[in-house]
Design a protein around this ligand. Structure first.
Ligand code: SAH
Ligand code: SF4
Ligand code: F3S
Length: 438
C-alpha cells in the first residue's frame, strides 16, 4: 500500500479519564486507516475532534470554550471538519449542533467506530446510539503509540448509579469485553514493544467477560495476562470497593506482574454521606478492605477519589473523611468539589455553600499532599524497578515509573526507552523521585 501524497490531518484533544485517552487512540487508529495522519495543532488540521468529559460542570463547559476558539479557524477554512466525541456528545447529542452550528459531527463513546464513515459524509451528523455490534470488533488493530506502556479497555459502563455521577448515563450499562479479544489485543501490543498494560474500565473490577470455562473475573483475567511472555507489568483502574473480591485481593499478593499501586475511590469517610451517595459501603467496610489488601501486599500504595461538599455534608461528615484519610495514609488522591450534574438524583438537593466546600477542599488537599510527600520520602534508600518511558530534560537522563507509579528520574546515558531497570532511590522532590541505576 502506498501512502497518499497529501494525507488529511487530524487533531484530537482529549479531556477526562484514561478511558477517553484510550478511545482517542482508537479513533486516531480508525481515522489513520482511512488516510488521516495526526497533527499537534488545530491550526493545520483538516479535522478537529474534541473527545469530551461530562463528569463535572467545568469539564463539560470546556467543550464550549474550545469550540469558541475554533470559530476563526472554521471561518478561514469552511472545509475544516469539527467533531465532538465522548461523554458530552453522549449527554447532549444534537443539542451541541443547535448551540454550536460550526460542529459537523457528534459521536458518542459507543459509536465511534463509525467516525471515518461520518467524516466522509457531508452535512451535520449525530450518532449517540448504543449499537448491538461490538465497536472493538470493527476497529483496526492497535498501534503502540505510547512506547512501552499502553491502556487496554476491558470493561465499559457502570451500573452503580452513585447519586452524583453521570457515567451510568453517558457510558451506559456495564459491558465486559470477551477474554479472547483482550488477550489478542494484549499480545499484539506486546509484539509491538509494550511491557506494561493498564486495564481500564469505569468499574474495572466488576469485569465478568465471557471466555473458555466461564466465570471470568478481573482476577482470573489478570492471572491469564500474567502468562503473556514479555508483558512485565499489569495495572488496572478504576475500581469500586464493593467489587474487590477475595481472589483479586489475593492476586495482589501472588502475581509479581501486578504492580503494588491501587486506585480505589472511597469518595467520603462519612457513612451518612456514603449512604446519600448510594455508594453501598461504609467507611468501616473500606478500612477493613484496605487491611485485607495490605495483608496480601504490604508495600502497596493506595490512592482514592474524594468529593467534598456533597449536598448535606456537615463539618462532622467532613471530619469523618479526614479521619479516614488519616487512618489509611494515601500515596496520592484526586479530590473534587461536588458539582451538580443534570439528571442525577443528588442534583435535586440543596448544595453546600461554595466557600465552605472550597475551604474543605483546601484542607483535604493539604492532608493528602502531606501523605503523598511522606509516601514518596519513604521510598528514599529503597530499591525499585523503573520502566523507562522517555528521555528526561537533562542530558543523559531517563524518566520512567516505579512499581508504585512514582515518576523517577535516573541519570543513565546509555539507558533506552522500554528498558526495565533496578534503581536505588536517592531523593524525593515535589512531584518525582531521583535514583541511580543499580
Ligand atoms: N468509575 C470511577 C470514576 C468515576 S469519575 C469510580 O467509580 O471511581 C472519577 C471521579 O470523579 C469519581 O471517583 C468522583 O470522585 C468524581 N466525580 C464524579 N461525579 C462528580 C460530581 N458530580 N462532582 C464532583 N466530582 C465527581
Ligand atoms: Fe460513577 Fe459511581 Fe459508577 Fe464510579 S461507580 S462511574 S462514581 S456511578
Ligand atoms: Fe469523563 Fe466520561 Fe470519563 S464523563 S471521566 S470522560 S467516563
Amino acid at each position: 500500500m502506498t501512502e497518499p501524497q497529501n494525507p488529511k490531518k487530524l487533531f484530537i484533544k482529549t479531556y477526562g479519564c484514561q478511558m477517553n485517552v484510550y478511545d482517542s487512540e482508537r479513533m486516531a487508529e480508525a481515522m489513520g486507516a482511512d488516510g488521516y495522519v495526526m497533527t499537534e495543532t488545530a491550526e493545520d488540521a483538516d479535522m478537529v475532534l474534541l473527545n469530551t468529559c461530562h463528569i463535572r460542570e467545568k469539564a463539560s463547559e470546556k467543550l464550549y470554550s474550545d469550540l469558541g476558539r475554533l470559530r476563526p479557524l472554521k471561518a478561514a477554512n469552511p472545509d475544516l471538519k469539527i467533531g465532538v466525541a465522548g461523554c458530552v456528545a453522549q449527554a447532549e447529542g444534537a443539542e451541541i449542533l443547535r448551540r454550536m452550528p460550526l460542529v459537523d459531527l457528534v459521536v458518542g463513546p459507543q459509536a465511534y467506530h463509525r467516525l471515518p464513515e461520518m467524516a466522509r459524509g457531508t452535512g451535520q451528523q449525530v450518532d449517540t446510539d448504543f449499537p448491538l455490534e461490538d465497536k472493538f470488533d470493527l476497529l483496526p488493530e492497535r498501534k503502540a503509540t505510547r512506547g512501552p506502556t499502553a491502556f487496554l479497555t476491558v470493561q465499559e459502563g457502570c451500573d452503580k448509579f452513585c447519586a452524583f455521577c453521570v457515567v451510568p448515563y453517558t457510558r451506559g450499562a456495564e459491558v465486559s469485553r470477551p477474554v479472547a479479544r483482550i488477550l489478542t489485543e494484549a499480545r499484539g501490543l506486546v509484539a509491538k514493544g509494550v511491557r506494561e498494560i493498564t486495564l481500564l474500565g469505569q468499574n474495572v473490577n466488576g469485569y465478568h467477560g465471557v471466555g473458555d470455562g466461564g466465570g471470568w473475573t478481573l482476577a482470573r483475567l489478570l492471572r491469564e495476562l500474567a502468562k503473556v511472555d514479555g508483558l512485565e507489568r499489569l495495572r488496572y483502574t478504576t475500581s469500586h470497593p464493593n467489587d474487590m473480591d477475595d481472589d483479586l485481593v489475593a492476586a495482589h499478593g501472588d502475581l509479581p506482574q501486578l504492580m503494588p499501586y491501587l486506585h480505589l475511590p472511597v469518595q467520603s469517610g462519612s457513612d451518612r454521606i456514603l449512604k446519600a451517595m448510594n455508594r453501598k459501603h461504609t467507611a468501616q467496610d473500606y478500612l477493613r478492605l484496605i487491611e485485607r489488601i495490605r495483608a496480601a501486599r504490604p508495600d502497596i500504595v493506595l490512592s482514592s477519589d474524594f468529593i467534598v461538599g456533597f449536598p448535606g455534608e456537615t463539618d462532622r461528615d467532613f471530619e469523618d473523611t479526614l479521619d479516614l484519610i488519616r487512618a489509611v495514609g494515601f500515596g496520592a488522591a484526586f479530590s473534587f468539589k461536588y458539582s451538580a450534574r443534570p439528571g442525577t438524583p443528588a442534583a435535586e438537593k440543596p448544595p453546600v455553600a461554595a466557600e465552605l466546600a472550597d475551604s474543605r477542599l483546601a484542607a483535604l488537599q493539604a492532608l493528602i499532599t502531606a501523605q503523598q510527600k511522606a509516601t514518596q520520602e519513604s521510598m528514599v534508600g529503597r530499591e525499585v524497578s523503573v520502566l523507562y518511558e522517555k528521555p528526561g530534560r537533562m542530558p543523559g537522563q531517563m524518566v520512567g515509573k516505579s512499581d508504585h507509579l512514582h515518576a523517577v528520574h535516573v541519570n543513565d546515558p546509555t539507558g533506552q526507552v522500554g528498558e526495565l531497570v533496578r534503581v536505588r532511590i536517592l531523593a524525593s522532590t515535589s512531584n518525582s523521585l531521583a535514583g541511580a541505576r543499580i
